[in-house]
Design a protein around this ligand. Structure first.
Ligand SMILES: Nc1ncnc2c1ncn2[C@@H]1O[C@H](COP(=O)(O)OP(=O)(O)O)[C@@H](O)[C@H]1O
Ligand SMILES: [Mg+2]
Length: 396
């Protein structure tokens, strides 16, 4: 009672796609799924599993029965079947990511703070979900805060809440995200963006697990595990005196560094396959694959937005594709060497074509968003501080 089935069964493929979860989600029974069970002495026993769905009188899923039996050796599966591509919904066959998969269960079972560093779209949030789901806190909330999305004062009240009368609009007490995460995990996204004064307050809650709500006088104690993420180089911010070293050490008890998609090109075909399957399921279509040409273009492209961008590109292609193979012409035109054409032109003529195109794009995007820099930066797929820097550079 109270244990995960993978702690007891220890199937060879528990770490990949959980067959039971898949069937629960689809609401189907299955017979004679073959796998291997790991014995205490680590010997593996080939088995067959039968899983039957139970439904209540209203026809909705209420549980299931799993029956396991020995399987004669001759039905053993080929070894290639075991290659670990997917863990907790994270697809990869990259050495560095597989190393992270390996330590993730152990990391998850501790309460140590985790700092996840990686470019935008490399899976920081996905790994956070995995850590929370594998932890003893999984039944408690996982609360996410994007530290770059709110101005300082609002962010403080989001973190710590406020008491009635703290300011004019505070008509009653409001709990902060740290309180909402009680017993669970809080995910501080874009942690590199918080102001120095909030860093002090954050240090206190990370270190002593207590804080004072805005306008309050009593300290509140919380039991919360902290996972933070950033696409910035925190060490450098520390060296520049823009991020507190003591806070950095507290957040960085365990660090996970996620490689960019360019550093793990071997994952591109796997992810393409994964997303095509996902869209097929969602849209009830059956697109088979990408043509070789289309795949080559993807492999050569350098994905500034990483896996999120790959997913968007494929979704675009998926909609454009009318047959069952995605061709080169279904890919969005911006990834097909247009950037390099511009670069070439700039090099040849010595002109500032690249910069001009960039300026035009930035200005027209800003205009479209009524000069709202946050929205424009988000559409441009760049960080808002990058946008500010670029705007500064444009000034005559
Ligand atoms: N290894 C992966 N396998 C499958 N999907 C992934 C993987 N990494 C990222 N994704 C998907 O890409 C998108 C961006 O990931 P996310 O975790 O939000 O990135 P980040 O927080 O680093 O910006 C999400 O839709 C996520 O599900
Ligand atoms: Mg994110």
């Amino acid at each position: 009672m109270g244990k995960h089935c993978y702690e007891i069964l220890r199937l060879a493929n528990c770490d990949e796609e959980c067959p039971v979860q898949g069937m629960m989600e689809r609401g189907e029974s299955f017979i004679d799924y073959s796998s291997e069970l790991l014995r205490k002495d680590e010997a593996s026993i080939p088995i067959a599993i039968r899983f039957s769905i139970l439904k209540n009188s209203a026809g909705s899923l209420s549980g299931g029965i799993i029956a396991i039996r020995d399987m004669p050796t001759k039905y053993r599966l080929p070894d290639s079947y075991k290659s670990a591509y997917s863990f907790q919904g994270i697809i990869s066959n990259n050495k560095r990511i597989l190393e992270i998969f390996e330590i993730l269960p152990d990391i998850s079972r501790t309460d140590a703070s985790v700092l996840i560093q990686g470019e935008s779209g490399t899976g920081k949030e996905l790994f956070t979900n995995a850590i929370h789901n594998l932890s003893l806190r999984q039944k408690k909330p996982l609360i996410k805060v994007n530290c770059a999305a709110l101005p300082e004062t609002l962010l403080e009240s989001e973190f710590f809440g406020y008491v009635k009368g703290a300011f004019t609009d505070a008509k009653k007490d409001k709990p902060g995200r740290f309180q909402l995460a009680e017993g669970g995990t809080i995910f501080l996204d874009e942690i590199g963006d918080i102001s120095p004064s909030l860093q002090v307050k954050l240090l206190r809650v990370v270190q002593d697990k207590e804080f004072v709500p805005l306008g309050g006088s009593k300290t509140v104690k919380v039991d919360v595990r902290v996972i933070s993420a950033t696409n910035r180089n925190l060490e450098q911010l520390v060296r520049e005196g823009r991020f507190r070293q003591d806070l950095y050490y507290r957040l960085n008890v365990i660090k996970l560094e996620l490689p960019s998609l360019q550093e793990r090109q071997e994952d591109i075909p796997l992810l393409v396959d994964h997303f095509i399957k996902k869209f097929n399921q969602k849209n009830q279509r059956c697109i088979e694959k990408l043509s070789r040409n289309a795949m080559e273009i993807l492999i050569q492209y350098n994905f500034p937005g990483n896996i999120r961008e790959l997913e968007n590109i494929l979704e675009h292609a998926y909609i454009m594709c009318k047959g069952n193979i995605v061709l080169k012409e279904h890919l969005p035109s911006y990834i097909m060497g247009i950037e390099s054409e511009l670069e070439k032109a700039a090099l040849e003529t010595g002109s500032n074509l690249m910069r001009e195109v960039e300026t035009d794009t930035i200005l027209s995007t800003l205009k479209r968003h009524n000069w709202n820099k946050i929205k424009a930066a988000s559409e441009l797929g760049i960080h808002r501080t990058t946008l500010w820097r670029k705007l500064k550079m444009m000034e005559p």
